[in-house]
Design a protein around this ligand. Structure first.
Ligand SMILES: Cc1ncc(COP(=O)(O)O)c(C=O)c1O
Length: 478
């Protein structure tokens, strides 16, 4: 039995690296977007439940011939889409090593080294943000779950009764405040936590997509007058649409003045803290009660890897999440309970996800991340300059991170649905060409094109090519 097990690993250990190396060697010359339609792919993978197993060679051949060529080219240097990075090679292979050990990272007894490594990477993220010695946290599946965990702590901070007796025991309707640019996981969390999506006040933003502090103050006052309970102020460090960073220090003041929990969603922008040049953009983040930070965005760790950090230590998370099931009781005669990560969040069984983050940070170091973040912001500014030079593209907001938003305006007075349609057509034309991928979003009610430079493989000539592509297709479709 064991011989066959070892032999399978030997075979895969030779064959899989060959596939991986071939794949990455061809990355730059491959289409970014696959051409197949949903119907074609459905047909390609349409087969009944296998009765008998098939040889490993055949399974890998299916991956090589059918799966990989029809995957979105996320690691491609010409992928300018959502906050989805080219994964660091060490992260890709760390995932295999993590699966090899298959630790159940939920409890110390089930994964001693994984628990210690998770505690260590959490410490590193807290130190990076100057979050104070008491701070602690937990890894999560991504920013959405990290926001949910943080907002549960915010909800539970209102009164201890809520955990057992639900929101009907709250002293009034609880309200969360966030800008109209916040990620949709804030709305989903409010629903899951029993506050309802209407429990989120979306505060308007200015021309740079920063939350309006004045309107936030007014909204809180209005809710108080109506006997509602202002519960949590959310600041965003790197908004999903435009990468904007809210005034985090001022939001901390408003939260404190109003006795609210303060949460900062730094899922994307957190790694600015690596750079001495850009760190100041996050000033005030260290005053947050909780922070969302997604290593699977700007730290190039493969999916999935998010984190919730809390300023006042693990007890804050334990108050909201700890349970002691009989088979995981804490009567084990050691200090290990502190490292039972199931006590700090919603997940029970969980992957040894800290391994890829631990290895990635060791490989890149603070300096490696700083250099990469700085280079990507420089490239984004370069793109903005090239677009300005074209004359018929209007940029929206500022380049604060590595996101640039803009609209194609063949005539200066173009507005309304026709403007929207044109942006969509330009995005679709580029998508169909396979030469690059960018997305659209809606800013101030109108469609805009959005570029995020998220691959550490992207160089200036890729930006030049993208600008040429935009100019060429814009000319074709106008
Ligand atoms: C600001 C922000 N917060 C949270 C999230 C959610 O992260 P995830 O997709 O990892 O759940 C995103 C995703 O893009 C985001 O941009």
């Amino acid at each position: 039995m064991i011989d066959d097990f070892v032999e399978q690993h030997r075979f895969l250990g030779n064959a899989v690296p060959r596939i991986i190396v071939e794949h990455v060697a061809g990355l730059a010359s491959r289409r970014v977007t696959p051409e197949a339609t949903p119907a074609e792919l459905e047909k390609l993978f349409d087969e009944p439940l296998p009765e008998k197993g098939i040889p490993l060679e055949e399974i890998l051949a299916r991956f090589r011939d059918d799966v990989a060529p029809n995957a979105m080219g996320v690691p491609n240097p010409r992928y300018f889409g959502q906050f989805n990075p080219t994964p660091l090679p060490i992260g890709v292979w760390a995932d295999a090593l993590s699966s090899l050990l298959n630790q159940n990272a939920g409890a110390w007894r089930n994964g001693p080294s994984s628990a210690m490594i998770e505690a260590r990477v959490i410490r590193w993220l807290c130190d990076l943000l100057n979050y104070g010695r008491k701070s602690f946290g937990t890894l999560a599946s991504g920013g959405s779950e990290a926001n949910l965990l943080a907002l549960k702590c915010a909800r539970d901070s209102v009164t201890a009764d809520i955990i057992n007796r639900g929101v009907r025991k709250a002293p009034g309707d609880l309200v969360i405040y966030a800008s109209d640019q916040c990620h949709y996981s804030i709305d989903k969390s409010a629903d899951l936590l029993g506050l309802g999506r209407e429990g989120v006040r979306k505060i308007p933003t200015d021309d740079r997509f920063h939350i309006s502090l004045e309107m936030l103050r007014e909204a809180i006052a209005r809710d108080r007058d109506a006997h509602r309970v202002p519960c949590c102020v959310v600041g965003v460090a790197g908004t999903t649409s435009s990468g904007a960073i809210d005034p985090l220090e001022e939001l901390a003041d408003i939260a404190r003045e109003n006795g609210c929990w303060y949460h900062v969603d730094a899922a994307y922008g957190g790694p600015l803290a690596f750079s001495p040049q850009h760190r100041d953009k996050l000033r005030g983040i260290e005053r947050a009660d909780s922070i969302t930070f997604d290593p699977h965005k700007w730290m190039f760790v493969p999916f999935s890897c998010g984190a919730t950090l809390v300023r006042d230590g693990g007890q804050v998370l334990r108050k909201s999440f700890d349970m002691t099931p009989e088979y995981l009781n804490d009567d084990r005669g050691g200090a290990d309970v502190e490292f039972d990560f199931f006590r700090y969040g919603q997940m029970g069984t969980r992957r040894f996800n800290s391994l890829k983050l631990w290895m990635a940070v060791k490989f890149m170091g603070r300096e490696g991340y700083a250099r990469t973040v700085e280079r990507q912001i420089e490239l984004t500014k370069y793109l903005a300059k090239q677009l300005d030079a074209l004359g018929n593209f209007k940029r929206l907001g500022e380049v604060e991170t590595a996101v640039c938003c803009f609209q194609f305006l063949p005539t200066p007075d173009l507005d309304g649905p026709n403007l929207d349609l044109l942006q969509q057509r330009l995005q679709q034309t580029i998508e169909r060409s396979g030469e690059a991928w960018l997305t659209t979003t809606v800013l101030k009610g109108r469609r805009a094109l959005r570029v995020n430079i998220n691959s550490f493989l992207t160089e200036q000539h890729h930006i030049d090519d993208l600008v040429k592509l935009l100019a060429r297709f814009a000319n074709d479709i106008k």
